[in-house]
Write a protein that binds this ligand. Structure first.
Ligand code: ZN
Length: 555
């Protein structure tokens, strides 16, 4: 429905090669702003050029920024540079506390310390054994600073409770004041939809601990799947430790520890008449019946966790170009890209991240300039958001949706640009029905993800792709190739906001030090930026925002 209006606004303008024509006139009359004409947007469109793209990207992917690793001084330098470009282009800061483009938040890492403890006792309090730190157990990696847990142990299956899938490990189970023991991941049964695309992350161990905490548990023990191992001692350092949002960690008030399956087998057994049912058998029962097998273990567990902690700052950089229509300027279209990458490696080799994601950030900066230099402005407001800490778990965008600088219910759509500078190249994988792709076949291709959630959003891109000479592909949207959880647009899809990820595809330099600026296809990037510019105008000017189709979850 919306596209009918969008198309109407372009009626009679023609398509192919239109932006190549010289600009004949610039209409600045306010009365004409409501009907979008090509002349009104052509100055911005013409300003998008591969020369500028090359200069900006080359700088962002240069050694000065040392790979923009989260928590490094160079990540801060990148944020400051982005903010200066926003300021130069007259964008408005949105962080109201200090009129800043920077939205700061705390990130943290934790290293488990050896004085941590895991002990098993029988029901009478007799000690049945303690477990060895690092070999038999490890405190959970997020490292909340919590009091010790001691109490009756209860096995709660996978520790999942979901109405949506009609599965509840906690049904008829009282865990108040008890230590909950759960399996990692989710029931292994192809009939269940646990692995389908869902706003709920059923296997997230932190979510399992939060649920147990909500139900009154005093501690949680998580059993790894058979074959999974605890991190080796050499992995327990701040270079390798996982990074979390400090706010998320602060919300956890009970200790948690992780044990390998072999240790889990010693803790979880069930008496059935003459024989004991093993953890493996119990797991199989749950998996095949897709029904909980929760029970009290008749034992007690003590969990004490201790950590060395590091807290540091992450910074999203966000600016806005205000809409000109009084009735629509309080609605927002967010354009996003992540500026962090992998930093420097063990041998000081720099992960330049030219494609990932200096290309997306360059697009944002160049688009900010294009919209600034165009005399007319869109009816809705445009938000330019560069995310921090994407590579370590989409943390910048996660923080943003938890603490939005513009109301999420007024955000009509989000378009994320993550790796938009290369010609995809990958070898064949017959097992996954993937055919070999050569870079020469992909000089004009752009992958779009998230489109099943909004046909309107998809159409906004499609209506301009031919004109700019870009071939849109939708093959990564679902199935084994699904990349929808792999960039910041996912944080917005989960909130029910129509969102797309634009991505030129994988290549042999992905997440390697060889992802350098000289390998970028700048002509292609110019086409992609023009596509986003045109689609953004349509979206920001249409009478209504794109529709969200939540039925795309569950695929
Ligand atoms: Zn990446």
């Amino acid at each position: 429905m919306i596209m009918a209006h969008l198309k109407k606004s372009n009626r009679g303008l023609g398509r192919a090669g239109r932006f190549l024509y010289p600009i004949l006139s610039i209409c600045l009359l306010p009365s004409l702003l409501l009907s979008l004409s090509r002349e009104q947007i052509s100055i911005g469109l013409e300003s998008i050029h591969s020369t500028g793209i090359r200069a900006t990207l080359g700088f962002l992917a240069s050694e000065h920024f040392k790979g923009r690793g989260t928590g490094t001084p160079e990540a801060g330098l990148t944020a400051a540079y982005i903010a200066s470009v926003f300021q130069r282009n007259g964008l408005q800061p949105l962080e109201s506390n200090n009129r800043s483009f920077v939205q700061s938040f705390d990130l943290c890492q934790a290293l488990p310390k050896e004085q941590s403890l895991l002990e098993l006792e029988d029901a009478q309090g007799g000690n049945k054994g303690s477990f060895k730190f690092g070999e038999d157990f490890l405190p959970a990696p997020w490292g909340a600073d919590n009091p010790a847990a001691y109490g009756d142990a209860v096995f709660a299956g996978y520790g999942i409770s979901t109405k949506e899938l009609q599965y509840d490990d906690y049904a008829d189970l009282n865990v108040s004041g008890r230590v909950v023991v759960v399996l990692n991941k989710f029931p292994d049964n192809s009939k269940a939809a646990f692995d389908k695309l869902s706003p709920a992350d059923y296997e997230d161990p932190m979510a399992k601990v939060l649920l147990a905490q909500k139900l009154g548990a005093t501690g949680v023990l998580i059993i790894l799947s058979a074959g999974e191992e605890l991190p080796a001692a050499g992995e327990l350092n701040f270079r390798k430790a996982r990074t979390y949002l400090a706010n998320d960690v602060r919300s956890i008030q009970i200790p948690a520890a992780i044990v390998p399956f072999t240790i889990g087998e010693k803790i979880v057994q069930r008496e059935a008449g003459q024989r004991m049912t093993s953890l493996g058998e119990i797991k199989q029962e749950i998996d095949s019946a897709l029904a909980p097998r929760s029970f009290s273990l008749g034992k007690r567990l003590r969990i004490e966790t201790s950590y060395e902690r590091k807290i540091f700052s992450g910074q999203n950089v966000v600016g806005m170009i205000s809409g000109v229509d009084a009735s629509l300027k309080d609605e927002f279209l967010i354009l996003g890209a992540h500026y962090d990458h992998l930093g420097a490696g063990d041998n000081n080799e720099i992960f330049f991240g030219a494609d990932d994601d200096a290309s997306g950030v360059t697009a944002l900066l160049e688009l900010a300039e294009a919209f600034r230099c165009n005399p007319s402005k869109p009816r809705r407001s445009l938000v330019f958001a560069t995310w921090a800490a994407e590579e370590v778990g989409l943390l910048g965008s996660k923080y943003f949706v938890q603490n939005p600088l513009v109301p999420l219910h007024k955000t009509i759509a989000m378009i994320q640009m993550d790796m938009i500078g290369r010609n995809a190249e990958r070898s064949a994988d017959p097992g996954k029905h993937i055919e070999e792709e050569l870079p020469a076949q992909n000089t004009k291709s752009l992958n779009v993800m998230g489109s099943p959630f909004s046909q309107d959003l998809r159409s906004a891109l499609e209506s301009h792709s031919q004109e700019v000479g870009i071939e849109l592909k939708f093959r990564f949207d679902f199935g084994s190739d699904n990349l929808n959880k792999r960039s910041d647009h996912w944080s917005f899809l989960k909130e029910g906001i129509p969102s797309l990820l634009l991505f030129t595809g994988f290549h042999p330099d992905y997440h390697r030090a060889t992802d350098t600026a000289d390998k970028i296809n700048y002509t292609k990037m110019e086409r992609i930026l023009k596509l986003i510019y045109l689609a953004s105008w349509d979206l920001a000017s249409a009478p209504r925002g794109p529709k969200f189709d939540s039925s795309a979850f569950g695929h």
